[in-house]
Design a protein around this ligand. Structure first.
Ligand SMILES: [Zn+2]
Ligand SMILES: [Zn+2]
Length: 331
């Protein structure tokens, strides 16, 4: 193939803004696929990467793991047709051999590699992906609207799977993931309680518009006890508040990859067989199940688009809570 030269937004040092760089890809390695990026969502995890809050970031790195692109060329062993639309998620590689991989827990693989963190991601005009970790996307959404499904949607879905029996479901942090979970919950007949930053009436109105039964401040108690709850906000002090809102036997799922420290709390908040669990990454099975469901519901996503060179602005808006729905970069 002819080498492709393209623009990307790249992190050279944690804590510094991304830099608009020129890159080239000379050929497509075996098992990989070259994609022309049509859209790439901006996820909170990208903020953690940029801020240096995660260990073992490869530098320099092109962030972005909610990639929607079109097949341009394939490496040997890959037979996607040119022009096929594919999605690339956070999970970019697993070893296939460790105990986790052998027991349908590839999301916990010891040697996993992640897109936009250890593998160059989608804040770029082109990207390479491992063909085994790409998904076909529901045709109900265009490229930009499909992008948030690939992490916000997938992590939301994996988190929701652990609380799908709840009749009354709380969600703390009403951003990209929660606005997708709200639609799954509604479709599933659950009653949704949305908790936002105190005073964020825009997010509360957004939750009501997606069918929430109740929306309020994260430090408020819901009108009735919750069966289960999911925390998407990276705020450890929400854990005792959410436990207080749970009935006995309830499950609290932490969906984020990073969270500020959890304050000490009385054991009585956990007593009564309440459980706390985290959710890490995704499996390919989650991806296939969720994307099929997303087309069937069908899930709609609320997005704000930004041109690729405005990636730093999109990240700043996410950091400051100035987005409704999900930011998506359009190269
Ligand atoms: Zn493994
Ligand atoms: Zn993500």
């Amino acid at each position: 193939m002819k080498a492709v030269a393209f623009r990307c937004m790249r992190l050279h040092r944690p804590g510094q803004p991304l830099v608009l760089d020129q890159c080239t890809i000379d050929d497509v390695p075996p098992g990989k696929v070259l994609l022309k990026v049509h859209a790439c969502g901006v996820c909170r995890t990208d903020l953690h990467v940029v801020d240096g809050e995660l260990p073992d970031t490869r530098l320099p790195i092109v962030p972005g793991h909610e990639i929607v692109g079109e097949v341009v060329a394939c490496g040997s062993g890959v037979s996607f047709r040119s022009g096929t639309r594919l999605g690339v998620p956070w999970l970019g590689h697993t070893c296939g051999e460790c105990d986790f991989c052998a027991h349908e827990q590839e999301n916990l693989c010891d040697r996993a590699l992640f897109t936009g963190y250890q593998l160059d991601g989608g804040y770029a005009e082109y990207t390479l992906a491992d063909a085994r970790y790409c998904f076909e996307l529901p045709t109900t959404l265009d490229d930009a609207h499909a992008a948030p499904l690939l992490c916000a949607g997938l992590i939301g879905y994996r988190s929701w799977r652990f609380v799908q029996e709840a009749k009354r479901l709380g969600v703390y942090g009403f951003g990209a993931a929660a606005h997708i979970v709200a639609q799954i919950a509604r479709w599933h007949g659950q009653r949704l309680y949305a908790f936002t930053r105190p005073g964020d009436t825009a997010a509360q109105d957004f939750a009501y518009s997606l069918g929430a039964h109740w929306a309020g401040n994260s430090d408020a108690m819901p009108p009735e006890p919750l069966d289960s709850a999911i925390i998407f906000a990276p705020v450890g002090s929400l854990i005792p508040l959410a436990l207080k809102a749970l009935r006995k036997g309830g499950t609290l799922v932490c969906g984020g990859i990073h969270m500020s420290d959890i304050p000490t709390m009385p054991y009585s908040l956990l007593w009564g067989e309440r459980q706390i669990r985290s959710v890490a990454n995704l499996t390919r099975r989650d991806g296939t199940e969720f994307l099929e469901l997303a087309g069937r519901i069908p899930i709609r996503t609320e997005i704000q688009t930004f041109p690729l060179p405005a990636a730093n602005e999109a990240l700043a808006r996410l950091r400051n809570g100035q987005l409704t729905g999900a930011a998506v970069l359009i190269p």
